[in-house]
Design a protein around this ligand. Structure first.
Ligand code: ADP
Ligand code: GLC
Length: 492
């Protein structure tokens, strides 16, 4: 099949979160199954044109009430040479720092215009290179216009008459909501404000239009596919998703084991595997040294890596006088190694905690390299997400013999099996209520097992390291969804 991914992020070119990992890995692994896959993303300021190949001539893209002239670049996806990544280059829209915004301006005022340029541009690239996909696979709110364009504009053109669309929700908390006055930015008829499902509470909602218009809708875990159809997890989209529930599927993301494998990971001081786990102790020592924690192999070390935003349960962990982490560090013989960036109050509070607690050390910032060391050197990994569409770090943890401590939600519920104290079964520790008390108790439970049930801990580590989180099985499920999209959308 010919598949065009439309996304605002793709590693290694632009990443703010797991979306970027998922899009590139999915594209790459589909190509390994023999599919012809291309990715279209913006050429952001940080992506060096000199490392890309320019396509000849400018490309006109209808957007807003007129047309923009863009340049198009391409390059093979690193690690997957059969996948071509196409970049839409437009100085005024993308020649600035930030994907959606910056720290000071988190949501650029012209985002409707910028991402409309991306979506219209993707279809223009097909015309330019005379390559017409079977599937347009759009990701998250920023590509929500792509299924709309296919259904309401392009499918009436012969070259797109046999193309179907799949829309993947990586995070329903971000919907691309903008004032109705921005609708002309989208470069489509006003009739589609209602007709394509953009209108919500009088405003534009990109995600809602994508869900309404796509032939198939997927999200990144089976449990999250269920949760987004409930009032609690749907962020207002649950009604629409229930109406469309026959086309909604949940497919778990895989892990890119070329970068996340303790046997071969180049970021680690010593590699290890189930048959030779000794190297993990060396990683723990390196982690304790790198973070300035007391070097002691026998103190349970708990890692955390991620965006410090409310979705991740940061309030229940870090909120001053309310979060659980201060009491955990005070009452239990444990250590914490944390890397993250995000909400300022949380970054500040983590720094306050570091000053008070010798057994808590953090790096405020983004470090790919240290994130590998935290995964490898920790005994446990804490991820108390309020909601988690899929989540990658809990899977990395298991593969690295680090036991996840997670809230039973979304992809966490699908990828971690709770510890059974009687039999020693399980791959991690789970709780249900997102409260500081539940986090305190569950960390306490893990620490208790660490000191008192060493045999169980070892078995759980091994079981985690043996999990199959590769992309192959997920890609096969996507191919089924693509076939269903073609059947529903084009009668093929
Ligand atoms: P989300 O997409 O919601 O942020 P995921 O778990 O799917 O959550 O993906 C997050 C990805 O970003 C992981 O690969 C994680 O290691 C990485 N990451 C997040 N914050 C940091 C950080 N501060 N330093 C290094 N890697 C990070
Ligand atoms: C989102 C979700 C995360 C998921 C990622 C990739 O950012 O928050 O849970 O793993 O997308 O699909």
């Amino acid at each position: 099949m010919k598949i065009m991914m439309v996304s605002s992020e793709a590693v290694p070119f632009a990443k703010t979160g797991g979306l970027a990992d998922a899009v590139s890995a999915l594209a790459g692994n589909l190509s390994l199954l023999g599919h012809d896959v291309k990715i279209v993303i913006p050429r952001y300021y940080k992506i060096d044109r000199k490392k890309l190949t320019a396509l000849e001539g400018p490309m006109g893209v209808p957007v807003g009430t007129g047309q923009e002239w863009t340049e198009v670049y391409k390059t093979p996806l690193p690690g997957f040479p059969k996948v071509e990544v196409y970049f839409i280059d437009h100085e005024a829209c993308f020649g600035r720092d930030g994907v959606y915004g910056t720290k000071f301006d988190p949501d650029f005022a012209d985002n409707t215009y910028r991402f409309s340029l991306l979506c219209h541009g993707a279809f223009q690239i097909c015309n330019k290179i005379q390559w017409y996909p079977d599937i347009v696979h759009a990701h998250d709110w920023s590509a929500g216009l792509a299924p709309v364009l296919l259904k309401h504009v392009c499918r009436s053109q012969p070259q797109f008459a046999h193309t179907a669309s799949v829309y993947t929700i990586h995070n329903i908390g971000y919907q691309g909501v903008y004032g109705k006055d921005k609708f002309p930015d989208l470069g489509i008829d006003w009739g589609l404000f209602y007709g394509a499902g953009f209108e919500r509470n009088g405003a534009i909602n990109h995600l809602q239009a994508g869900i309404s218009s796509a032939d198939m809708v997927t999200t990144v875990s089976p449990t999250y596919a269920y949760e987004i159809q409930t009032a609690e997890g749907g962020f207002g989209m649950d009604g629409l998703l229930r109406v469309r529930s026959d086309v909604v599927r949940g497919i778990i993301n895989g892990v890119d084991i070329s970068t996340w494998n303790p046997k071969t990971d180049k970021e680690l001081p010593v590699n290890y595997s189930t048959s030779n786990i000794k190297g993990k102790a060396a990683c723990k020592k390196a982690l304790q040294e790198a973070f300035g924690l007391e070097v002691d192999p026998d103190i349970p070390l708990i890692g955390m890596v991620g965006r410090l935003v409310s979705q991740k349960g940061i309030a229940e962990v870090f909120a001053p006088s309310y979060g659980s982490i201060y009491n955990i560090c005070r009452d239990m013989k444990v250590q914490f190694a944390i890397i993250g960036t995000g909400e300022k109050w949380c970054e500040d509070e983590i720094n306050n905690l570091q000053a008070k607690l010798p057994n808590l050390r953090a790096k405020i910032g983004y470090s790919e390299q240290l994130s590998h060391l935290v995964e490898a050197g920790s005994d446990f990994f804490l991820m108390p997400s309020q909601y988690e569409p899929c989540g990658l770090n809990q899977m990395y943890s298991e593969l690295y013999g680090t036991l996840p401590i997670v809230r039973r939600t979304g992809g966490l519920a699908d990828t971690v099996q709770n510890y059974n104290q009687k039999t020693g079964e399980g791959t991690g520790f789970m709780f249900d209520a997102l409260t500081p008390g539940a986090i305190y108790d569950t960390v306490g439970w893990a620490v208790w097992a660490y000191y008192n049930r060493k045999d169980h801990i070892k078995k759980m580590q091994k079981r985690g390291m043996e999990q199959d989180f590769t992309w192959k099985a997920s890609c096969e499920k996507y191919v089924e969804v693509y076939k269903e999209a073609l059947a529903r959308g084009c009668g093929i």
